[in-house]
Design a protein around this ligand. Sequence first.
Ligand SMILES: Nc1ncnc2c1ncn2[C@@H]1O[C@H](COP(=O)(O)OP(=O)(O)OP(=O)(O)O)[C@@H](O)[C@H]1O
Length: 470
Amino acid sequence: MIRTRFSPSPTGMIHLGNARAALFSALYAARHHGVFILRIEDTDAARSEIRFVESLENDLNWLGVHWGEGPGVHGDYGPYWQSQRQDIYAKYYKVLEEKKLIYPCFCTDQELLLARKRQLSRGQAPRYAGTCRQLTPADIQSRLDEGKKPAWRYSVPADQSIEFVDTVKGPQHFRSDDIGDFIVRRADGTAPFLFCNAIDDATMKVTHVLRGEDHLANTPRQIMLLRAMSLHTPHYGHLSLIVGEDGAPLSKRHGSYSVHELREQGFLPAAIINYLARLGHTCDTQDLLSFDHLAQHFYLERLSRSPARFDASQLMFWQKTAVQALDMPEMIRWLGESVLNQVPENARKLFIDTVKSNIEFPQDAADWSRIFFHETVEMDQEGLQIIRDAGEQFFVEAEQAIDKYGTDLDPVLAEMKKTLGVQGKKLFMPLRVALTGKTHGPELALIAQLLGQGKLKHRMGLAFKLASKN
Ligand SMILES: Nc1ncnc2c1ncn2[C@@H]1O[C@H](COP(=O)(O)OP(=O)(O)OP(=O)(O)O)[C@@H](O)[C@H]1O
């Protein structure tokens, strides 16, 4: 049974990078009828906040990325909050201690910093020098007697090779001699990320970890730990980090491209998941797909090693596609009361049909509602020039044709073509500008229906006046 997980730290709003790690893990599980787990990595008590847990749960649910085990959903491998798993970690500390695989370290931050500086000045990669590994039981006891609280380090074996096949990056090879003894338990008794994350994956029987490549250096350490305790090791896949337009990886601290912010802007969840499913993963179709269909098209073999840059134009492409795909009730929900209140009740359906292909966000619909339902027509210099170039007679003829044929635009246009001898852009553009003040926008025939005969004539009258001021 495939088991995947997303394990965010609740230290900020989740961003597109986090969301993609969650989405890919959920898609892979769904494709194989497996389980997608949500685990809250809230061991950093100083930075973790419950409001961020709530917001990340809301964001994932809104995106349609639902977990089969995790907060609020029963599972056999809980608790799904790291802060509630201390007993489990204590049990594995015991195993490591009994196997003499860890040792207490009394080095102070100051000492570690100095050692690090020394190594760097010699051109060496900084890693723990192993100072406390040499301590005798008597040394340890005397330090404990002084009231010193040790951290505990994993004793990395010498001259070992750690190999694994990364599901994204291919075969990986690390040497244990390049890895310093690392902390598995802090001096205050808490478990650092490296340790609890590995223990949780193993004890929750996670089979596939898909995470950002910021974790690649952790993986050989976690594999060593798990193998030393004869615990099950998942397959790991490290995705290239998504970088923003400034070239820096998205991060919660950075605060950019949060799912929450995109939602507030009016982005649709379908746009976001379809965009992300093509960012670092090749999808064999350009169709807008539901979560279940995306899962059917999700393959680990199609994950890419190339850098993933946030591309606003691609996201907008999916947003436009997703807006077009909304049905009437969904559209009404998405636009919301504040927009629809500006549209007369009996005109709402026609309004939506009219503007649908010209909006990307609810705000765009609000702008169109102002254009259609306010009395005045605002236009810029370009628009004014078009009205003037068309001349008074154009709008006289237009008004007469509207008188005759009402809101049925085809005969109106045919009549004007005949009487004025104009066609194409010269016919459409002055009409469009007179009706909306804009040089582009929804289909004219729909606009005519929406405005109704009275307003159509009124706007021809306004344009006539503007043209007369020539
Ligand atoms: N820029 C990014 N692009 C792709 N994935 C990312 C990015 N940043 C984080 N991730 C992934 O998101 C998942 C959750 O990570 P985590 O909660 O630590 O987020 P974070 O943004 O790195 O947080 P922080 O900014 O607090 O360090 C991890 O798999 C991590 O690798």
